[in-house]
Design a binder for this molecule. Structure first.
Ligand code: UT7
Length: 325
């Protein structure tokens, strides 16, 4: 059985910072409410000329640099995004052209906030069965373009960013176990209702603000805690490991209260949870991707450590992946 691991990570966060104080001037909210209810202090906002492929390409260059591979070596590029540059072609193809990764096969994955975990697990399958030698996996989002800046229930939560990882066969360590799940019967809890074939863009959809994220936050919150804890347990069971064996959890960063409730269920101390939510908010697929990169760059992950990626999102979808570093 081939061992497939992560040989390089990268990130890109747009320069512009939007603080809770800035949001106080836009909607009826307060720094105190946002901080205590979500754990978010700031988020990054892309420039009007920056699309998902631009953020993704910058994160990819960072990941390639520390993987030792060149763009021309890449055989597979998967971009996880719910804010693609356009409906088609895929953002992965646009990234391919920007990188000059001529040899790569490219496609996008739509699995919302679990997109990066879905993409890592998809890439692993292709490499394990010998179809490709390596893969570049990116989570990239410009959520500011689908955020309703008049809706205080959602606009305080989201931010823009990208993270990337390069996967290949490794001599030691690598992915130990994976777990994915979906429940489409809960699709209406979190969605952008218009702009697809169900409700194409029209003057009416724009007037009704249907091109922005709609979320039943409370319902999603309750499901998220259980789903993330169960996903972690399933991945651990498959690998024959216990919660205590985990050195670091890289969770999806939707709400600090969700993350801490999940940690409590698993009996994990907060010192074993990596957080970037305070700085960046919820960046959907980019959250776990940038968090993994942040943890590596801040030396929070050492060789031999057991790392758990754990995410959930709109769909609903969820996924967990245990990696020996
Ligand atoms: O990334 C994938 C999935 N997304 C998530 O996982 C998000 C999950 N949900 C959440 O994180 C939380 O449900 C929220 C942060 C969205 C909301 O927190 P909550 O503790 O569930 O609050 P709530 O929706 O129950 O609202 C409590 C109150 C309401 O006022 P009333 O009706 O009790 O008077 C809201 O109107 O807080 C009010 N509220 C706000 N107040 C100030 C909602 N948003 C704000 C705001 N500022 N920004």
């Amino acid at each position: 059985m081939k061992k497939i691991g992560i040989i390089g990570v990268g990130e890109y966060l747009p320069k512009k910072v939007l603080s809770n104080a800035d949001l106080e001037k836009m909607v009826d909210t307060s720094d105190e409410w946002i901080t205590t209810r979500t754990g978010i202090k700031k988020r990054r906002i892309a420039l009007p000329e920056e699309a998902s492929s631009d953020l993704a390409t910058n994160a990819a260059k960072d990941a390639l640099k520390n993987s030792g591979l060149k763009a021309q070596d890449l055989e597979l590029i998967i971009v996880a995004t719910i804010t693609p540059d356009m409906q088609f072609p895929s953002t992965a193809c646009i990234v391919q052209a920007k990188l000059g990764a001529k040899k790569a096969v490219c496609f996008d994955i739509s699995a919302a906030c679990a997109g990066f975990v879905y993409a890592i697990i998809t890439a692993q399958q292709f490499i394990a069965r010998g179809a490709y030698k390596n893969a570049l996996v990116i989570g990239s989002e410009v959520l500011s373009t689908v955020t309703d800046w008049k809706d205080r229930n959602t606009c305080v939560l989201f931010g823009d960013g990208a993270g990337a990882a390069v996967l290949a066969e490794v001599r030691s360590g690598g992915i130990l176990s994976t777990y994915l799940g979906s429940d489409g019967s809960l699709a209406e809890l979190l969605m952008v209702p218009a702009g697809g074939s169900r409700t194409p863009a029209s003057h009416k959809t724009i007037d009704k603000r249907l091109h922005y994220i709609k979320m039943q936050g409370n319902e999603v919150f309750k499901l998220a805690v259980k789903i993330m804890a169960d996903a972690a347990q399933s991945a651990l069971k498959q690998a024959g490991l216990e919660c205590a064996d985990i050195d670091l959890v890289i969770p999806h960063q939707a709400n600090i209260r969700i993350i801490m409730a999940m940690a409590k269920r698993l009996g994990l101390p907060s010192s074993k949870i990596y957080l970037n939510i305070e700085e960046y908010g919820n960046m959907s697929s980019a959250s776990t991707a940038a968090a993994l990169c942040g943890a590596v760059k801040r030396n929070r992950i050492k060789k031999g450590d057991i790392v758990l990626l754990d995410a959930f999102g709109a769909g609903l979808v969820w996924g967990a992946c245990l990696i020996k570093w």
